[in-house]
Design a protein around this ligand. Structure first.
Ligand SMILES: Nc1ncnc2c1ncn2[C@@H]1O[C@H](COP(=O)(O)OP(=O)(O)O)[C@@H](O)[C@H]1O
Ligand SMILES: [Mg+2]
Length: 400
């Protein structure tokens, strides 16, 4: 709990304090230390509860509220103050900032703006060494990974699911897998999950989405991975717009240390939104002509967008299968870049685990595929490699 921000709020009006409180209670990284309904008592409340941040709602009485901010600033100069008012004009903002507030939010407060303000306050306070705490919580620290295939059946879902399950084994991580193969996704089947909610429910409620609702919408697998499946009804796909997804991603970033998107192979606007929001895009292929040709085409298309092109990592799946008619060296020459990771062909383990609806780490923990995908998870979060593999198997674990 070391990265929780402890807040105290003052707002004499029940009508605005309640929604603000509910919003704050939904944020996992916030602990509401104290709530006060009188400006005149608040300094004492703050002295007793010693919060990390205080929130002062101005609207009941601007003059009193600004005096309070001045007093708090004079007595506790290091305490960050967040002012909230429905009057978001330049003059009001300036008055609050001049009185000593560090941040100003316009009421009714929107969750993303609150999170961004809290993030900025966290960053400005910093850790012991003055740097923001890196806890995997919050906007800038989450690792967002998209998995996209270079044709159907190339293994993207198998990789996305098992990557997610492996990452979720780290007790410090909070990992969510979002099935963005909206029409034909099968993450739920791969993990034998029967979800109460899907992405369609989240999209339908996007305007009144809060953190608590969003977290409830994800279903948790026994291995620790949280999953948001694709819509059950095909006709619900049209409910999901890319701007919805952008909002959902921002909120999920605040709650999860790792987000993984299993994308469709149709380059839909939602796929593009997810890739743009990602830190890493795993482009999955196999050592055969159609798949590699598509990698070349996809890389060419992504190269139009520099920020996107830099994120692409090529992952070759099913290395060693009878269908591999192209060598790794030739594949690298063809696509013009090095291969980031190789996953061995492991038909029995992968198909068996898919049919059983279980991740590899429980179904076939010692299998070659599981070892490789565990290595991929470690490599992506900068952890040490597996113990040095035997020489002849090196290629399966190599990280370039
Ligand atoms: N490394 C692997 N070794 C053997 N079979 C695999 C491997 N990866 C995936 N498969 C098999 O390939 C099929 C398609 O995989 P899937 O992950 O659903 O692909 P996609 O999501 O790209 O359509 C599945 O039957 C799966 O069992
Ligand atoms: Mg798939």
């Amino acid at each position: 709990m070391k990265d929780v921000q402890r807040l105290a709020i003052v707002d004499p009006s029940d009508a605005t304090r309640e929604p603000l409180r509910n919003l704050l209670l939904g944020v996992e990284t916030v602990w509401l230390e104290a709530e006060c309904s009188r400006y005149e008592f608040f300094v004492d409340v703050v002295k007793q509860s010693t919060p990390d941040i205080v929130v002062v709602a101005l609207d009941t009485d601007h003059t009193k509220a600004l005096q309070l901010i001045q007093q708090l600033t004079a007595e506790m100069p290091k305490l960050p103050i967040l002012a909230v008012s429905s009057r978001g004009d330049g003059q009001s903002i300036l008055q609050a900032l001049r009185a000593g507030a560090k941040e100003f939010l316009t009421a009714p407060v929107v969750l993303e703006e609150l999170l961004t303000a809290l993030q900025r306050l966290r960053a400005s306070r910093g850790g012991p060494d003055g740097t923001p705490s890196a806890n995997g919580q919050g906007h800038s620290q989450s690792l967002v990974i998209s998995v996209i295939g270079s044709r159907g059946g190339v293994g993207s879902t198998s990789i996305a699911v098992n990557l997610g399950c492996n990452l979720a084994q780290d007790a410090n991580f909070n990992v969510a897998l979002i099935d963005l193969d909206l029409a034909l996704g099968d993450v739920d089947v791969a993990l034998d999950l029967i979800p109460d909610y899907t992405l369609a429910d989240v999209a339908m409620n996007v305007d009144r989405l809060d953190m608590a609702f969003l977290r409830r919408s994800l279903c948790k697998h026994a291995c620790g991975l949280s999953v948001l499946p694709h819509p059950v009804q095909m006709e619900d796909i049209s409910l999901i717009h890319e701007d919805h997804l952008g909002r959902v991603i921002n909120l999920l970033r605040a709650s999860y240390s790792h987000l993984i998107f299993d994308l469709s192979k149709r380059y839909t606007p939602t796929d593009m939104t997810a890739m743009r929001a990602s830190d890493v895009v795993l482009l999955v292929c196999q050592l055969e002509l159609t798949s590699l040709r598509n990698v070349v085409r996809m890389l060419h298309s992504f190269s139009q967008e520099e920020a996107l092109a830099e994120k692409i990592r090529v992952v070759v799946n099913r290395v060693g299968s009878d269908d591999c008619d192209i060598s790794l060296k030739k594949a690298e020459e063809t696509i013009g870049r090095s291969i980031y990771w190789q996953v061995p062909n492991d038909y029995k383990a992968v198909l068996g685990s898919r049919n059983a609806g279980e991740p590899l780490l429980t179904h076939a923990p010692r299998s070659k595929a599981q070892q490789s995908l565990q290595g991929l998870a470690n490599a992506l979060c900068g952890k040490d490699q597996q113990p040095a593999p035997k020489k002849e198997r090196r290629s399966f674990f190599s990280f370039r």
